[in-house]
Design a binder for this molecule. Structure first.
Ligand SMILES: [Mg+2]
Length: 375
């Protein structure tokens, strides 16, 4: 089972109406798919996050990581991860593009190995006895308060038991006061028995977050996500000590080292690794072990990532200790539904995990070719 080749396919697609949230407007989705083949004809698919300049990730795969991997035994996946990570670690490249490229390869290797073993990935990883995982509806983006409230209520009417709402408005959009008012409208609309998560996408500073949190506490908030930018760890600490609302973060973190400071300083309560950034299954599972050790909740991120990452996260969720909930992205995402099979639909707040070998679904290559960005 020697690795013979590693190919990449960068895909992109747009939605008509941009999604508005704390860091601006978003309408174009991009992802880099990674295809690993072995000399005995096993194939696996992964995804590297590629939000900007996807050719960087592609170059990292081709020029930096492929030379480490080609000719090596795919079954040495964990050691290969350490070798890839070790390549540029001393030169400051232990986050960012390199990590995202490693993530895509690691997901592909796990898909390949699970397919070869004839097992769905979540069982290959050592299943946790979950054939379906708890999920929440993500996300209600900025709009008029009535519109946001109606959208949240519609998700609950569909059977969801938890809904995430975007906050973090700029002053021009009404700032903190508008944020609080929008969440009040949502709570009013969904009633007292639905979980509400809030996500500021790092748009606040610590003082604004504490002011907001004091006003939001009576609304029974399940978590407050990324109130401040990811590198403001002291900000997280300060907020954590000044509110009863649990803090969530991690979609912008890289590997076990990225999460280590946040965890050691008890700065967050809910860890949200993004599998296409955190180092694939190897990185995400090392972070899961930390969640287990520190008794913290684990809630894999999906969001604007492509379908392979959404699916990989679902398998991760089904196999992780301290698992809390999976981000089911109902908002438009042009790159999520890229499989021959339809993406699972939630049923009463639960999402079934595909039972086929590996990731369980097959890419719709006709669609991939339509979306593919030519180099
Ligand atoms: Mg988020």
């Amino acid at each position: 089972m020697k690795i013979a080749s590693i190919a990449t396919h960068t895909i992109a697609a747009s939605i008509d109406k941009p999604l508005l949230f704390g860091i601006g407007a978003f309408s174009t989705f991009t992802a880099t798919l990674v295809e690993v083949r072995t000399d005995d004809d096993h194939v696996g698919i992964g995804e590297a996050i590629a939000r900007r300049a996807p050719e960087v990730v592609t170059t990292v795969v081709d020029k930096l990581l492929a030379p480490v991997l080609v000719g090596r035994d795919a079954r040495d996946v964990e050691g290969l991860w350490d070798e890839m990570f070790g390549l540029l670690r001393r030169w400051g490249h232990s986050r960012g593009f390199v990590f995202e490229a490693i993530s895509g390869i690691d997901i592909a290797l796990h898909d390949l190995l699970a397919r070869a073993a004839g097992l769905p990935l979540f069982k290959f990883l050592g299943g946790h006895g979950r054939a379906a995982v708890k999920c929440y509806a993500s996300s209600v983006y900025f709009a008029g308060f009535d519109e946001m409230a109606a959208e949240a209520a519609a998700q609950v009417a569909k059977g969801h038991t938890a809904v995430k709402v975007k906050i973090g408005r700029s002053d021009a959009l009404g700032g903190l006061r508008a944020d609080v008012e929008s969440v009040r409208a949502v709570r009013q609309a969904v009633g007292p028995h639905v979980d509400i998560m809030l996500d500021a996408n790092g748009a606040y500073d610590a003082a604004t977050t504490i002011r907001a949190a004091r006003q939001l506490e009576p609304l029974d908030i399940t978590w407050l996500e990324e109130p401040v930018p990811p590198d403001d760890v002291s900000g997280y600490e300060l907020i954590r000590r000044n509110t009863a609302i649990p803090l969530a973060a991690g979609e912008s973190e890289f590997g076990v080292f990225g999460f280590r400071d946040l965890i050691e300083r008890r700065a967050i309560d809910v860890l949200q690794p993004e599998i296409a950034r955190v180092g694939g299954f190897t990185g995400a599972r090392r972070v899961a072990a930390l969640a287990h050790a520190y008794n913290l909740a684990y809630a894999p991120h999906t969001g604007f990532s492509g379908g392979v990452a959404h699916l990989a996260s679902l398998h991760l969720a089904a196999a992780a200790p301290n698992f809390m909930t999976y981000e089911y992205f109902y908002a438009p995402n042009a790159l999520r539904d890229i499989f021959v099979q339809p993406f699972p639909e939630p049923d009463r707040g639960m999402l079934a995990v595909p039972e086929g070998p590996g990731l369980g679904f097959d890419l719709n290559w006709e669609l991939i070719r339509q979306y593919e960005v030519k180099r």
